[in-house]
Design a binder for this molecule. Structure first.
Ligand code: ADP
Ligand code: MG
Length: 291
């Protein structure tokens, strides 16, 4: 496009809260075949809250919440924050926590009053040889409702499941419909489990979903999808930064983390997914002015 067309396009974008950082991004966006979206904080609000608490047979809810508030109190994950807030509201107090560590894509572990305690997904329980028993079925039901089930275990025995739900942003479904109408494929990426991801996919109508993606896996998915044409990646988190940098067009949610914003070519100041199709339309209009 001519410098004038670029200037006009960039200005028009800025007026509607679409900050285009490079002329190249404004030119490339018109040819995007696939838009990849992170789930938590991008398609959903990223402010989860606890919906269900199920203690294992013979385990009191108090004991479950006490273990949960202890181990999750050391985690900065949004899921952990939801659990801590809920447990505190129920009067649970943290015990002594030592040796806290995170297991990427699975959860967290620590010694709580000297007892080995873990919190995470079913994969984590299986990896540690914890039998979830009937709670696995309860967890599947929660996941089918779009909730994320978190398992808690101590001394190798399951204590219970806490389900956490995040709401889809009001314009996510409309934005994905608009992209489909423009002939653009949509793919949702998440570290969350298959069932929860599928429930959210149904709710917003994404063409494809890739669940259980480890932090370094997002960039790999972008490279895979790039074989079929130009890819735009939309994300908000630290985890998304490598994928945002790798994509032909990286689009950051304005309310997201600084690292995501720095890694992106385009920033959506209104944090509204409707501005994704709008950015592609802006690029299409910009490119048309030179033909
Ligand atoms: P995402 O940010 O997409 O959820 P993560 O890699 O951070 O991806 O987490 C993947 C999964 O690991 C979560 O969906 C959850 O099941 C589990 N997990 C991560 N952190 C915690 C935690 N602090 N407590 C319990 N489970 C966790
Ligand atoms: Mg996110």
């Amino acid at each position: 496009a001519t410098p004038t067309a670029i200037m006009v396009g960039t200005g028009r974008g800025a007026q509607s809260g679409i900050l285009v950082k490079s002329a190249e991004a404004l030119e490339t966006a018109h040819s995007v075949k696939t838009v990849v979206l992170d789930k938590t904080g991008t398609v959903t609000k990223g402010a989860p809250s606890v919906t269900d608490v199920v203690a294992a047979p013979g385990v009191g809810e108090e004991r479950l919440l006490e273990a949960a508030v202890s181990v999750e109190g050391k985690s900065e994950h949004p899921l952990a924050r939801a659990v801590v807030e809920h447990a505190r509201a129920r009067g649970a107090h943290p015990l002594i926590v030592e040796g806290f560590s995170q297991v990427p894509g699975e959860g967290v572990e620590a010694l709580v009053d000297d007892r080995p305690t873990i919190a995470g997904n079913l994969r984590m329980m299986e990896a540690r040889g914890v039998d979830a028993g009937d709670l696995a079925q309860a967890a599947r039901r929660f996941a089918d409702e779009g909730k994320t089930p978190l398992f808690f275990a101590q001394d190798g025995r399951v204590l219970g499941v806490i389900a956490v739900a995040d709401t889809v942003k009001p314009t996510s479904a409309a934005a994905l419909r608009e992209l489909a109408a423009m002939g653009v494929r949509t793919v949702m990426l998440t570290g969350d489990n298959e069932r929860t991801a599928a429930a959210i996919q149904r709710e917003v109508g994404a063409d494809e979903v890739v669940a259980g993606v480890l932090p370094e896996g997002k960039e790999r998915e972008i490279r895979r999808l790039a074989e079929k044409g130009a890819v735009a990646m939309v994300g908000d988190g630290i985890n998304d930064a490598p994928a945002l940098a790798r994509a032909d067009v990286g689009i950051a949610i304005g309310a997201g983390t600084d690292i995501a914003i720095e890694s992106a070519d385009v920033v959506l100041m209104r944090s509204d997914l409707m501005d994704v199709p709008a950015a592609i339309q802006l690029s299409r209009a910009t490119m048309r002015t030179i033909k």
